[in-house]
Design a protein. Sequence first.
Length: 307
Amino acid sequence: MSAQQSTPSKAPTLDEKASLQKLLSADQARVDAWLDALLSTPGAAERLDAAMRHGVLGGGKRLRPVLVYAAGRALGATDEVLDPVAASVELIHAYSLVHDDLPAMDDDDLRRGQPTVHRAFDEASAILAGDALQTLAFEVLAHQAHPRLAAMVTTLAEASGRTGMAAGQALDLAAVGQPADLDALARMHRHKTGALIRAAVRLGGLTAVDADDPRVTALDAYAAAIGLAFQIQDDILDVTGDTATLGKTSGADAARDKPTYPALLGLDGARAMADDLLDEALTALEPLGDDAATLAALARHMIERDH
């Protein structure tokens, strides 16, 4: 019996944590090499190229590419097939951060421990860099000869646009200074943060099997739970973390009068909700058995992280 089947939320051992950290480092290095190669090819505008590199290559957890690799491997995909998919997801994530940080959006000065793109360059360069990163993501994905390419492109597009991240950012901006409830907060975060996490896991699955495979359904339920749990932990860290560790300004949500889970539930209530979502995610993985061990470890990691 797998660990997630017997005791879904049991704490990982030191050996398990070390093993996961080794895997995270390897996958981060793998996708970083892909991203570096993609962004080292000169475009037509040198300053735009520099802004794009600044927005992508300055660090980051690379969580979404790691989820692509973990989901794909769980269903039998090879790393070589997963590489461009992982890179495309991270490019979409990077574009969203560049745009979210703009003065017209969240107006952030710090990202991943360095100045945001609009601060390091200028607002116009940041807008163009985000635009170019988004289109590069689809260029990378579309260049792959894959039998489920159409479904993969659709998955990434839906997660990025008016039914995904863009909608979530719109809901986030509209919520500033307004009364909030848990249902509205969950709806916003399932779009803004959860949509791309779900897409990363689904894309990993689609590299290996058809969409009607029941394991893809299991992966989607897992991803829906961890996507929200990840955001709850982000909200908690905005209260409890420090700027140096987070790599972005702590306390920013409260300063902007944004609704958060700690504000609505208190820190203990937010942590309890994240724990419940973790159990939900691990239960969803049961049909995959031991093949889902890495996905289970990643779920635990996502609500134990300090940045």
